[in-house]
Design a protein around this ligand. Structure first.
Ligand code: ZN
Length: 85
């Protein structure tokens, strides 16, 4: 299975692998499909705060790139570090 460009992030919609659209919110199920935007590797989830539906805050960590992708307000910021403001 080839992994495509993992996602780009729009206001209220997370597009993953160019095929799925999710309403905003970092759900645990997303861990099955979220990959590192740089190396397409697996991400490690660290939960700081979680409610019944979503992971409210925490981080996603790529071991290969040694990059941390923050989750804030239940939105994962999966922009590569050099594309963040
Ligand atoms: Zn990576």
């Amino acid at each position: 299975m080839s992994k495509m460009i993992p996602l780009h992030f729009e206001e209220s919609c997370l597009i993953i692998k160019g095929q799925s659209c999710y309403n905003r919110g970092m759900k645990r199920e997303l861990m099955d499909i979220l990959v590192c935007p740089v190396c397409k590797g697996e991400l490690q989830l660290t939960v700081a705060e979680e409610n019944q539906e979503e992971i409210v805050s925490g981080s996603l960590y790529c071991d290969q790139c040694r990059v941390n992708y923050p989750i804030a307000d239940a939105i994962p910021n999966l922009l590569p570090p050099d594309q963040r403001d």
